[in-house]
Design a protein around this ligand. Sequence first.
Ligand SMILES: CSC[C@@H](O)[C@@H](O)C(=O)COP(=O)(O)O
Ligand SMILES: [Zn+2]
Length: 204
Amino acid sequence: MTEELRNNLAIVKERLAARCLFPGTSGNLGIRNADNTLIVTTSGVDKYITNEQSFVHVTAEGKPLENLKPSFETPLHVEIFRRSKARTSLHIHTISNNVISEIYGDMGKIEFRKQELIKAFDLWCEDDVLTVPIIANPNDINQLAQLLIPHIQNDYGIVLIRNHGVNVWGRTSAEALKLFEAAEFLFEYQLQLNAAKYYLKGAN
Ligand SMILES: CSC[C@@H](O)[C@@H](O)C(=O)COP(=O)(O)O
Ligand SMILES: [Zn+2]
């Protein structure tokens, strides 16, 4: 069973790696077994490479079941899996998600409306709003996990961590990847829109 999940997580990791989404060894991934133990990425390693050291089998509480160091951010995946029926959890740093989190961080959220890609989050009505919460980034990982907990309200979801990255989870790996890619599209769109509006204002 863990072998199948390792392979599943390796496919997710390789898809993200193909887009260079693990700069400076940042980012980590988690997937849940049927027995609620987890497979997470190993801490501090080059995530563009996949080998026997890439993943660690951990308990539902995040304690390693093998002699490898699980991701420093395992407590975030643990809380997501404990509080939802999600099977796959992604944590990714990008320039866009970091800049958005800083610009909108004081508001504690960013909202998207009237943008086609919010449909990826199952928001199909004309007036639907996608709200992405933005939480602070304390150094203490358990404190960070406490800030994340109130936002784990569904089996799929998204939270931005200020000047750090994004956490996205889904009922399947395909769903988690879909939400991550849709969110990154929305973040990049918003940044380009802000820049274009600023430029046009200056030009007039
Ligand atoms: C290398 S800086 C990034 C880390 O501090 C952390 O935020 C991160 O995303 C990766 O940590 P890791 O322990 O490798 O899973
Ligand atoms: Zn991180």
